[in-house]
Design a protein around this ligand. Sequence first.
Ligand SMILES: [Zn+2]
Length: 343
Amino acid sequence: MVLHSKTVFANSSPLAIELNQLTKESARVVGQRWRVQSLLCRFLFPLIGLVGLTSYPVAPALAGGVAGKPGSPAAQADWCNRLSRRLPGISPVDCQNSALVQTGFVSRNGFPILMRDVSASGRREGKKTVPVRVLLLGGIHGDELTSSAIVFEWLKKMKTSPANNFEWKIVPVLNPDGLLAHKSTRVNSNGVDLNRNFPTPDWHKEAHNYWARVTAKDPRRFPGNAPLSEIETRWVDEAMQRFRPQVIISVHAPFGVLDFDGPAVPPRKFGRLVYNRLGVYPGSLGNYSGAHKNIPVITIELPNSQTMPSDLEVQRIWQDMLTWIVRNVAEQSPSSRNRKKSN
Ligand SMILES: [Zn+2]
């Protein structure tokens, strides 16, 4: 196990190779254009809102608002129709059967961040411990469609052993605005890479320094103006505090590997995916949770962001992931649980 006490930049990772393909000039031009748009969104439009013309840069009714009363069957059907149009292999019925509920957190474009809590239903007679708590996140990057779709597939398997021995909090689409954009985007509708927006130490210095120096201010990797500036990352942080997960699974695509941060033995292989460090980035969830909060984070990088792995591979990744949790995350005593009710 390797714990990174300081930031390590991965220059030989697939990501770094991808970044190197960007010319600095094109990145600079795009960055400038993006900064102008960002300034308009942050300052000018809210100012207009203050004088009564509109309350927010993108009104929910125009961009991402949902039909029907929040939480009503009509709203549920509307969420699912819109999500399933983007997600490979997920029908509106699959989505509705997932029984997602609102977290109370709503994206900038007015789409609710939806979740499902699943309590342990396996036999627990005689056990003096409490079930392991797992936080499972898909779609933190909106253009990694399979990372959300596979979570919907796994939601169908929650009643089977050993998944039913754990307590789950599951968000299949953490970045709905990115997923539902006209063309799906990595960043949220505020132009922030959510996986660079977590409050790692020295974030103000490190995150912007990295963005400028290594990514040449790539707009797809903008960390935000402040840590936890985004509603989506605030939800995750709050869930970490209230639900107190013992392991976090975060699904991405398309690098086709497993990554791991934190205090446990890294997984070697889930299905065909093999452990291979991608690097530690300022503001990433793995860095924040794994290295600094001592909660292990498994990052699953599926091999393709648009096309799902085979059904067999989806099942194998799932089984191997559960086996790793059983072997590496211990159940706790009730007294150490001591957690508040979570939403
Ligand atoms: Zn990603």
